[in-house]
Design a protein around this ligand. Structure first.
Ligand code: UDP
Length: 367
C-alpha cells in the first residue's frame, strides 16, 4: 500500500471521530479503519423499525462543558432527553436518583425536614464515623431502608461482589437531593443526538476514507505504511501483544428483544431492577431516548459479568493491580514515535463521553 494519508486513525469511535473532524479542518488527509463492520465504536446506534438501538449499552450525553456541548451540537441537534431512571424493587417503583420523590415513596415523608429526620434516625443505629466500604457509605448517606431496597442488590449484581467489599467512592457518583427532582445528572447540558449517535459520528468523519471490518494489528506494517502518523484507539495491551499480561474490564451482556405490536413496554428509557434475585441489572427501552412513537418497541436486558479475555471490553477496572499494569504499557506507548494513543481503551480510562471529546480536542491541539 503506497503512502497516501497524513493520518491513519485506528477506531471509528468517539475519540477517533473527533480527531478526524479536527484534523480534517486543518486540511489533513485521513484514513480511518475499524475492526467492526460499522462506525461509531460503542456509541454506535442501529435503527430497528425506526428505533435507534444503543447496541453497546445506553449512552446519555451530559456535560457541564459549554465548549463540548456547542461542539457536538454543531453536527446534529440534541433533543431534550433527561435521564430519570426508575427502580423496581420487588414490584414497587421508586424514582432515582435519591430525592424527595424516593423518600416519599419509601417512607411517606412529605418535606425535606421529615426526610432528613428519617435518614438521621436510621443512620444513628449504625454509629458510622468513617465509612470503610460501600455499605457503610450508603447507610450513612441515605439510611438502611434505601440501602437495602435500592442499592444492596443492584450493586452486588453490577460488581459481582458484596457491598462490604467495595470502595465507598462508587456510590458517591449518585446525586442525593432534598428536592423533587428526578434528573439523574447534575450537569447543565444533557440530551441525545436526534437520529442517534451513528448520525453524529457520520457527520464528524464526513470526507474521510473509511475501511471497515479490518484489523490493524493483524497487518500493522502495511497499515502503518499508509500514513505519516497513526492515532490508535484500541486496547493498549493488545497493541503490545499482552506482553505484560491482560488488563481487566467489567463487561456487560445484552439480551435485546424486538416486541412487535407493543408501543410502550415500560414507560421509561431506563428501569433498574434493584433486588438481587432478578438476574439482570436493568432494562433499557430504546425508543424513549428519542420520544419514539413507533408501533413497536425494542428492549435490552443488561447482565453485568466478570470479564474474560476475548469478551467485549467495557469498563476499565481501575484498581491498583490494573493501574500498575497500565502504567507499564503506558511507558511503552510513550516510546512510540509514530503512534499516538487515545480514548477509553488506549488510555484504559473510564471516560464519560464529554470527557473523551475534550481529551481528543486537547490532543489535536497539542499536535
Ligand atoms: N446504584 C445503585 N442502585 C441503582 C443505581 C446505581 O445502588 O439503582 C449504585 C451502584 O453501586 C452503581 C453506582 O451506584 O455502581 C453508580 O451508578 P451509575 O449509574 O453511576 O453507574 P454506571 O453504570 O454509570 O457505571
Amino acid at each position: 500500500m503506497a503512502k497516501k494519508y497524513d493520518y491513519l486513525i485506528v477506531g471509528t469511535g468517539l475519540f477517533g471521530a473527533v480527531c478526524a473532524d479536527l484534523l480534517k479542518a486543518q486540511g489533513r488527509t485521513i484514513m480511518m479503519i475499524d475492526k467492526r463492520d460499522h462506525i461509531g465504536g460503542n456509541v454506535y446506534t442501529e435503527s430497528v423499525k425506526g428505533i435507534n438501538v444503543h447496541k453497546y449499552g445506553a449512552h446519555i450525553f451530559h456535560t457541564n462543558n459549554k465548549r463540548v456541548w456547542d461542539y457536538v451540537n454543531s453536527f446534529v441537534e440534541f433533543n431534550r432527553y433527561t435521564n430519570s431512571p426508575v427502580a423496581n424493587y420487588k414490584g414497587r417503583l421508586y424514582n432515582l436518583p435519591f430525592n424527595m420523590n424516593t423518600f416519599y415513596q419509601m417512607w411517606g415523608v412529605k418535606t425535606p425536614a421529615e426526610a432528613q429526620a428519617k435518614i438521621e434516625e436510621q443512620k444513628a443505629q449504625y454509629h458510622i464515623d468513617e465509612p470503610r466500604n460501600l455499605e457503610e457509605q450508603a447507610i450513612s448517606l441515605i439510611g438502611k431502608d434505601i440501602y437495602e431496597a435500592l442499592i444492596k442488590g443492584y450493586t452486588q449484581k453490577q460488581w459481582g461482589r458484596a457491598c462490604t467489599d467495595l470502595p465507598a467512592f462508587i456510590i458517591k457518583r449518585l446525586p442525593l437531593r432534598f428536592t423533587f427532582d428526578n434528573n439523574y445528572f447534575n450537569d447543565r447540558y444533557q440530551g441525545i443526538p436526534e437520529g442517534g449517535y451513528t448520525a453524529l459520528i457520520e457527520k464528524m468523519i464526513e470526507g474521510c476514507d473509511v475501511r471497515l471490518g479490518v484489523d490493524y494489528l493483524s497487518d500493522r506494517e502495511s497499515y502503518d505504511a499508509m500514513a505519516d502518523r497513526v492515532i490508535y484507539t484500541g486496547e493498549i495491551d493488545r497493541f503490545f501483544s499482552y506482553q505484560y499480561g491482560h488488563l481487566q474490564y467489567r463487561t456487560v451482556s445484552f439480551e435485546t428483544e424486538l416486541l412487535e405490536g407493543v408501543a410502550n413496554y415500560q414507560g421509561n428509557a431506563v428501569v433498574n431492577y434493584t433486588e438481587a434475585e432478578v438476574p439482570y441489572t436493568r432494562i433499557i427501552e430504546h425508543k424513549h431516548f428519542e420520544f419514539g412513537t413507533q408501533p413497536d418497541t425494542v428492549i435490552s436486558r443488561e447482565y453485568s459479568k466478570e470479564w474474560q479475555p476475548g469478551d467485549e471490553p467495557y469498563y476499565p477496572v481501575n484498581d491498583d493491580k490494573n493501574s500498575a499494569l497500565y502504567a507499564q504499557y503506558k511507558e511503552l506507548a510513550d516510546q512510540q514515535t509514530k503512534v499516538i494513543f487515545g480514548g477509553r481503551l488506549a488510555e484504559y480510562k473510564y471516560y464519560d463521553m464529554d470527557k473523551v471529546i475534550m481529551s481528543a480536542i486537547e490532543m489535536v491541539e497539542k499536535m
